[in-house]
Design a protein around this ligand. Structure first.
Ligand code: RAM
Length: 360
């Protein structure tokens, strides 16, 4: 049954913002009608697993950084899924992974434009909260993907893999490569990145195990997902710690830059490097012996799952509560876990044996 037009979103938009577009967005367009149809799930807090998937929606993707090939793949996965579902895709975002105020502005822009949902990879756990809450109070569904904010600042988080599993396996991979002995460092992305910081906490916890008693983590460096800075940070680590035996870089930009530095240096093959990278970026460093193994999920699948989650949520099939299940097209069935987290699956470990089977 058709619901009465929602006044709340317009009033809220006008009350909490000085958006010039508020009047336009509340002008009773077809878009508003779509929203009115879909407001029931959030209003009653009940998911309807049989609700029809809406078409003609607009989902805005806001990655940490637009010119990062990892996000290009992820967002293309989202775009393809939205096209298949008969909805529209748009992408906005900063070009630097440390431009948090830029990200906040982009959240506000998507809210002004009254998208139906946004998929956001947060540069910082808290900084986007006010803007994201404002989006949600305007009946926009907020799905984080790749890097989360606080659970109360979004409806669901589409996670690439279990954070604990990722953190621990990266330590396990490096420990094997260095024979469980020696100094190691971490080359991360931005200092505020929720995803990297969560993984690093699990890496530190894994290192507490007595089996790593001869391994010492000497430094966590930050390359800000900037190729040049990551390259320089790698160089700096080796100058500062000449006995360094290994580096974990849980960022596609970082691991590539570190591999580039190591492959052209006397440390090639001697200082081990692992972490999270794309097979296409890392192929040549695996083949030239700089890197033995690293891991990642398929970024396009992550973007696809974020898009399908957003559409299922706008349609009222899910609300983000633990235990709800939904079918994400050909990707199969997913169950929402604690704190609204949806896990894509297990990452793949890439080595010279299997790397040529992957193209992303
Ligand atoms: C970089 C980004 C992204 C992270 C990957 C592994 O592209 O920091 O957030 O998930 O690496």
């Amino acid at each position: 049954m058709r619901k009465a037009p929602l006044r709340r979103s317009c009033a809220a938009l006008a009350a909490v913002t000085s958006f010039a577009l508020a009047a336009t967005a509340c002008g009773g367009t077809t878009k508003e009608d779509v929203k009115n149809d879909t407001a029931s799930a959030s209003a009653t807090g009940k998911a309807d697993p049989n609700a029809e998937l809406k078409k003609g929606l607009t989902v805005g993707f806001l990655p940490k950084q637009v010119n990062n090939p990892y996000f290009t793949s992820a967002d293309q996965g989202g775009e393809a899924a939205l096209k298949e579902l008969g909805s529209r895709y748009k992408e906005v975002g900063p070009s630097s992974a440390t431009d948090t105020s830029g990200q906040v502005n982009y959240v506000n822009t998507l809210t002004q434009q009254q998208v139906d949902a946004m998929a956001v990879s947060a540069q910082d756990p808290g900084a986007l909260c006010t803007a994201l809450k404002q989006a949600m109070s305007n009946d926009i569904k907020v799905v984080t993907y790749d890097s989360d904010t606080k659970p109360e600042c979004r409806n669901a988080f589409v996670s690439q893999a279990g954070a604990e599993d990722l953190g621990r396996t990266e330590v396990q991979l490096l420990a094997e490569q260095i024979g469980h002995k020696g100094e190691i460092a971490i080359l991360s992305a931005a200092q505020t990145a929720t995803n990297q910081n969560t993984w690093i906490e699990f890496m530190k916890d894994e290192l507490e195990d007595p089996k790593y008693k001869d391994i010492k983590l000497v430094k966590v460096a930050y390359g800000d997902d900037d190729a040049q800075k990551s390259f320089q940070q790698t160089q700096g680590l080796l100058q500062e710690y000449p006995n360094l035996k290994g580096i974990i870089s849980p960022t596609t930009v970082g691991i590539k830059a570190a591999a580039q530095y190591l492959s052209g240096s006397k440390y090639k093959g001697k200082v081990k490097l692992t972490g999270l990278g794309t097979p296409n970026d890392m192929r040549k460093y695996v083949k030239d012996g700089t890197v033995e193994g690293f891991e990642l999920w398929d970024p396009a699948k992550l973007g696809e799952l974020a898009a399908r989650t957003a559409v299922a949520m706008v349609s009222g099939r899910i609300t983000g509560k633990e235990g709800e299940t939904f079918t994400a097209g050909d990707m199969g069935e997913y169950t929402i876990g604690k704190d609204g987290v949806i896990n894509l699956g297990k990452p793949t470990v890439f080595t010279k044996e299997n790397i040529d089977k992957f193209d992303f």
